[in-house]
Structure formats: C-alpha cells, structure tokens
Design a protein around this ligand. Structure first.
Ligand code: HEM
Length: 356
C-alpha cells in the first residue's frame, strides 16, 4: 500500500510540505527569540546569510553591510547568530568597558570539531584562565619580553640574512624563509630548538600552518559551520582542513612523546617540559592534562608563526611598493641606502632589493 501511495506521489508531497513547514516553523521561532536585536540583512531559513558573504573577500561584504546597516548589525550563518560591531569607540565599549560580558569565545562548529575547547585560543572559563596564566608565566621564564629572547631573535636574523644571501641577489619569494625564521623563535621556547631552513619535514609543517589558515576561509569550511552534521560526511576543502590539523597535531604529539622519554629531573628545557612537570605535581587544576598540553603547544606554535610572519611580509610588500621608505629604515650609525636604481621601483609587482 505504501508503494502505491508513493507512486501516487501523495507521500512525496506530504513529506515535502511537512519539511517546508518545519523549516518555516524553526525560522519563525528564531525570529521571535530576537525581537530586540539590531537590524541586519534578511536571512534565509536554515542557511541564514550564507549566500550574502563573499568568503574570498569577507572584508568587502562587511564594508557594504556597515554602509547599509550601520556600525552594529545582526547576521546568521546556520546555527550561529552573531552581532557585528565596528568602529573604534564601539569596539572599545564591547572589548574593554564590557569585557567581562564578552570575554568568552563562541563555539564555532568547525573549530569545535577539530579541537573541542582545548588550548589557549578557543577555551573559556576557569580552564582558559589557568592555561593562560601558566602559558604567560612559562613564556616569561623562557625570556619573553627579556634580553635573552632578544638575543635569540638576533641570532635567528643572522640565519635569515644568510638564507637570503644564498639567493645570490636573484628575485625570490621570501614567504617560506620568513615563516621559518619567525617560527623558530616560538619553536625554541615550545620545543626547545630551532629548525634548519632546509629541513623538509619542518617545511611540510609550515605548509600545513599556511593551509589551515587559507582553507578556513573556503565556502566548504564555512558551510560546515552551517550544516556540520551533514558536511562531516561530504568531501571538500573542509576534509583537507581536518587532515592538515591532523598532521600538525601528530607532529606535536610526537614531540611530546620524545620529551616524555628523555625528561630530566632538573630544569625544564622548554614549554613542553615545564607543562609535563606541572602535570606531575599534585593539587593542580584538572585542566592540566595531555589534551591541553597538545593544544596549548599548537596554539602557541600557530599564533607565534602566522601572525608575525604575515606582518613582516606585509612590511616587505609596502617597502617594495614605496621604495623611498627603505632609505629611512637604517639602524643608527648605518649609512643610508638611497639608490633607487637598486630598488627596482618601476615594477609594480612586489619586488624589493635587500642590502645585506
Ligand atoms: C604581529 C603579531 C601578532 C598579532 C597581530 C596577534 C594578534 C592576536 C589577536 C588579535 C588575538 C586575539 C585577542 C583576543 O581575542 O583577545 C591574539 C591572541 C593570541 N595570541 Fe597573538 N598576535 C601576534 C603575535 C603572537 C605571538 C608571537 C604569539 C606567541 C607567543 C601569540 C600568541 C597568542 C595567543 C596564545 C593568543 C590567545 C590568547 C587568549 O585567548 O588568551 N600571538 N593574538
């Protein structure tokens, strides 16, 4: 009988109507829940404002929406609702004056799927406070903000200039060398040593760091935030994103394992040693566990690599586009280099001449 009903398309029509009813009911319910929310672009049921975002250039979408709806507006991406605040006075109001209200990180499905709420960047509440306090204290013990780290940075700069010299004055993309140099600073603190620029394994790891940053902005990863239960079974850029995280995680797990095998009883040599020692003490917060060790180390590695190297690459790009600035950036006592002919100013692609 069921078969005949289906063939007669009654059941199909009924299911379709029922589905439309459910979608509309959930949409109306969500609208009722937020009567006092600020204005925002109209949302579609389930996906919200997904199709209004240009994921390749989100800043442009945001600028357009700010022009239309003002400095505070409301958006939805699947199950995530958010209010966007822009402009310095309002940002200060939210993050400084009302900091305690807005202190927590939201649980975004994509990040939650990878790291749950472990680590420094995505954790909240008491666990975040404990992990952050410990990380700051340990980083300071290993020289953060002190002369000892400055010397380590100067030493790394020498390796970097040597790597640039190896290019023998030919044009090259400095992306990788800069990433490696910057990363080595945080690596000496977290892993206890730096990595050679020719190390193929570390090169792969730095590629994974780049990949996760780039992949996170793809529409497949963003759609994962809208429909996590469905997307986790479908192929796409989000699966590559998870794989890259897996590679990064297994690298850190391996390093932690090595540290456990040759852990000494004396002074901690690096962040991982210090964390293992903390874990071995009694009466500590339950958030000091191996998951948090892995994710705090990864957070420091990623945050300490990507941010600073991207900032430095932007600086190089601007120096290439505005070559006159290069003559002004000399160390005290150093002779000014003001030979525009050596700076390749005519080319509008990013090119820079570095005097070593
Ligand atoms: C140009 C360099 C950098 C920029 C622009 C930058 C920017 C930021 C921003 C905007 C945040 C979010 C802050 C918040 O939500 O309250 C953050 C958090 C963080 N950064 Fe950086 N950062 C830089 C360098 C570094 C370095 C070198 C490290 C490594 C020690 C680092 C480690 C972290 C960590 C662990 C967090 C999470 C802190 C928390 O949630 O408690 N950052 N960074």
């Amino acid at each position: 009988m069921l078969c005949s009903l289906w063939e007669g398309s009654f059941l199909q029509t009924f299911l379709l109507l029922f589905l439309i009813f459910l979608i509309l009911a959930s949409y109306m319910q969500r609208r009722q829940r937020r009567p006092n929310y600020p204005p925002g672009p109209p949302q579609l049921p389930i996906i919200g404002n997904f199709f209004q975002m240009d994921f390749k250039r989100p800043q442009i979408t945001m600028q357009e929406l700010v022009r239309k709806y003002g400095n505070v507006f409301y958006m939805e991406m699947g199950s995530i609702s958010f209010i966007l605040v822009t402009g310095l006075p309002l940002i200060k109001e939210v993050l400084v004056n009302q900091g305690q209200v807005f202190i927590d990180r939201p649980q975004v499905p994509l990040n939650f799927y990878v790291l749950k709420s472990f680590g420094l960047v995505m954790s909240n509440g008491q666990a975040w406070k404990d992990q952050r306090r410990f990380a700051l204290m340990t980083l300071r013990n290993f020289g953060l903000g002190k002369r000892t780290l400055e010397h380590r940075i100067q030493e790394e700069v020498r390796y970097l200039t040597e790597a640039i010299r190896e290019e023998k004055g030919q044009p090259f993309d400095p992306h990788f060398q800069i990433n490696n140099a910057v990363s080595n600073i945080i690596c000496s603190i977290t892993f206890g040593h730096r990595f050679e620029y020719h190390d193929p394994q570390f090169r792969e790891l730095l590629k994974s760091v780049d990949e996760v940053i780039i992949l996170e902005t793809t529409w497949q990863c963003q759609l994962f935030n809208v429909l996590p239960r469905i997307m986790r079974f479908l192929p796409g850029a989000h699966q590559k994103y998870f794989q890259e995280w897996k590679k990064l995680k297994s690298f850190v797990v391996r390093v932690i394992q090595q540290h456990k095998e040759d852990q000494n009883t004396g002074e901690a040599r690096d962040f991982i040693d210090a964390y293992l020692k903390e874990m071995s003490q009694g009466n500590i917060s339950p958030s000091f566990n191996e998951h948090n060790l892995v994710w705090c180390t990864l957070d420091l590695f990623l945050a300490g690599t990507e941010t600073t190297s991207t900032t430095l690459r932007w600086a190089l790009l601007y120096m290439a586009l505005y070559p006159e600035i290069q003559g002004m950036m000399m160390a005290p006592g150093q002779k000014r280099v003001t030979r525009p002919s050596r700076i390749l100013p005519q080319k509008k692609e990013a090119s820079i001449y570095i005097e070593l």
